[in-house]
Write a protein that binds this ligand. Structure first.
Ligand code: C5P
Length: 227
């Protein structure tokens, strides 16, 4: 059976990673969470004090990019890929509101994007990959056989993310989560380099009124049309 490239883009907290991961597992494909890579760079910038009072020192970050090595490591228990920064697994530290609050700013720096895009293209070069992010179908793999653009009403997305964070033991307010979701979409959609936009040939998946199974079934149906 032929192997294809599946690009899943969309707004924040639409459940992209969850469904992309399931799909990759079902197909025996590689799954790449590109948001985790931007979060890892943001984690680095925060740890190295390159962000103060919410202000990112872009020049300093650009200079330090060569010191950043991002990789993935398979968790033997869950079988999922976890992100590592310079060899250290930081998966459990990148989904906080602190990181979410700065990641869109970090992701708008062109030097950051070109470094990560190049790595993503290498990771997916052999096809048989499901990659999720904001610019996969438009920039990373413009020739992907299947492109999906996921969205949902902002309050639905914030509610889902709020439940996820609370379940993970994080103390957050719903209003702060909603604010972050809206703010990230705004920055991601309006940045100069690779803004978040639905590719002309991407299929739209609005998950406002869909549960996970319905999302998965729709995606799988689209995949089967390509195989
Ligand atoms: O997917 P996730 O919500 O974890 O992504 C975090 C942030 O990383 C996004 O809000 C966006 O600013 C950035 N991002 C990006 N391009 C990608 C993936 C993520 O700019 N391909």
């Amino acid at each position: 059976q032929r192997k294809i490239t599946i690009a899943i883009d969309g707004h924040s907290s639409t459940g992209k990673s969850t469904v992309a991961k399931e799909l990759a597992y079902k197909l025996g494909y590689l799954y790449v969470d590109t948001g985790a890579m931007y979060r890892a760079v943001s984690f680095f910038a925060l740890s190295e004090n390159l962000i103060n009072d919410g202000q990112l020192d872009e020049a300093a970050l650009e200079q330090r990019l060569k010191d950043i090595n991002i990789s993935f490591e398979r968790d033997p228990e869950t079988g999922t890929n976890e992100v590592c920064l310079n060899g250290k697994n930081i998966e459990s530290q990148i989904r906080t509101l602190e990181v979410s609050g700065v990641v869109s700013k970090v992701a708008s720096v062109s030097a950051v994007r070109s470094k990560l895009v190049e790595q993503q293209q290498r990771m997916g070069a052999a096809k048989g990959v499901v990659m999720d992010g904001r610019d996969i179908g438009t920039v990373v793999f413009p020739d992907a056989e299947l492109k999906v653009f996921m969205t949902a009403a902002a309050d639905v997305r914030a509610q889902r993310r709020y439940e996820e964070l609370t379940k993970a033991g994080q103390q957050v307010q719903y209003d702060d989560v909603l604010k972050n979701v809206i703010e990230r979409d705004h920055i991601d959609s309006n940045r100069e380099d690779s803004p978040l936009v639905q590719a002309d040939d991407a299929l739209l998946l609005d998950t406002s009124h869909m549960d996970r199974d319905q999302q998965f079934d729709t995606l799988l149906h689209w995949v089967n049309q390509e195989l």
